[in-house]
Design a protein around this ligand. Sequence first.
Ligand code: ATP
Ligand code: MG
Length: 426
Amino acid sequence: MAITRPKGTNDFMPDEVLSWQYMENILRDLCKQFGYMELRTPIFEDTELFIRGVGDTTDIVQKEMYTFTDQGNRSLTLRPEGTASTVRAYLEHKMFAVSQPTKLYYMGPMFRCEKPQAGRYRQFHQFGVEFFGSNSSAADAEVISLAWEFYQRLGLKGLEVRLNSVGCPNCRPIHRKALQEFLKPHFEELCSSCQSRFEKNPLRILDCKSPVCQKIVENAPTTIDCLCEECQEHFAGVKSYLDAVKIPYHLDPHLVRGLDYYTNTAFEILVTEIGAQSAICGGGRYNGLVKEVGGSNTPGVGFALGMERAFAAMAAQGITLPTKEKFDLYFAPLNEEADHLCFMWLTALRSQGIACEKDYMNRSLKAQMKYADKIHAPYVVIVGDSELADQKAVLRCMANAQQKEIDFVNLIDSLVEMVNGGKENE
Ligand code: ATP
Ligand code: MG
């Protein structure tokens, strides 16, 4: 039986890769303009990093990690997300020791052993940013505005930013107590996961997907109700910066991130057209995370967005991206001597930055012209017996079928001039 790709993974065919490169270029430009530098970390890490950095009560760590033991009996895990590795590198390379803030981004494949479905894969791609070293509300607003600007540049419409604040280690115990008191009379009705969350992590009950739990928590006390003064101020700051740059947002008091190291801002960006998997971006502040991974108290805020889901949203909204690479020239040699000559010219022109191609299949002239058309080459250089005798090649313009002769001695110079001149006039 033929071997196929593993379940939940994708091959991106060359035409699709052009769209990926287009999206990646938008992201790189954006990061340059916003002042984020790219960090590249290993695809696998010590399993312990994710247990600490993602949290041992999360779905990711409990159910979704690709963990293996290597020949040296080390437990390693394919990275399920990018923040833990970024924090590790931030500490390992003492990035905190230079003037702050440190603004980093990453982009690449992540691995989660989930049930594959539309918009949910086992190998998928995330772009994410992390802003370390500042607790300013403007940093939260900046990362949200970076994500927002990205989707604007893709041309997406109808996005919804959901915003909340989950408070800090000072105000959260107050909320926890109020929430438990509110939920106590309904304990028996909660789903079994939420019953076990009741003691360990009641905050997560607020975003349980079960309709019964959702109904119960409808009027439950929210983190917003319990924010301390400092957290209230921080949240007001985030909202005022977003207002200043006219980024619309909806307050969603049930948007929570259940772990202790998440503080203050939590946000998500949704696009409704892509069905159940409508979250295209998620992020927030994590002032306790760097310490959790082994550093000293360092504020941080960031997000991760799913690149496949951005493509899905574009497809749903009918936005298309370039899917063809352009050639400047095609060489059509008609005998072996001509073939050597064309190969030489091809090489010389490529070294001058011109995209060109030649026949490699010993095709007839007619078949070569058809092929040149197929690859969208605007010009074809034809060399056969008579051209060799005259030391002149035929240059054919595919758009209007006009032909002219070019002396072999001037060929490179005139083709370079023609192609570059054409580019200037585009
Ligand atoms: P979900 O609720 O959809 O499982 P999540 O909370 O697990 O999302 P994060 O860990 O915050 O998601 O990851 C950020 C983004 O990465 C998501 O908003 C989504 O766009 C994307 N993403 C997450 N898991 C997958 C996956 N298995 N396949 C494709 N994209 C994904
Ligand atoms: Mg998930």
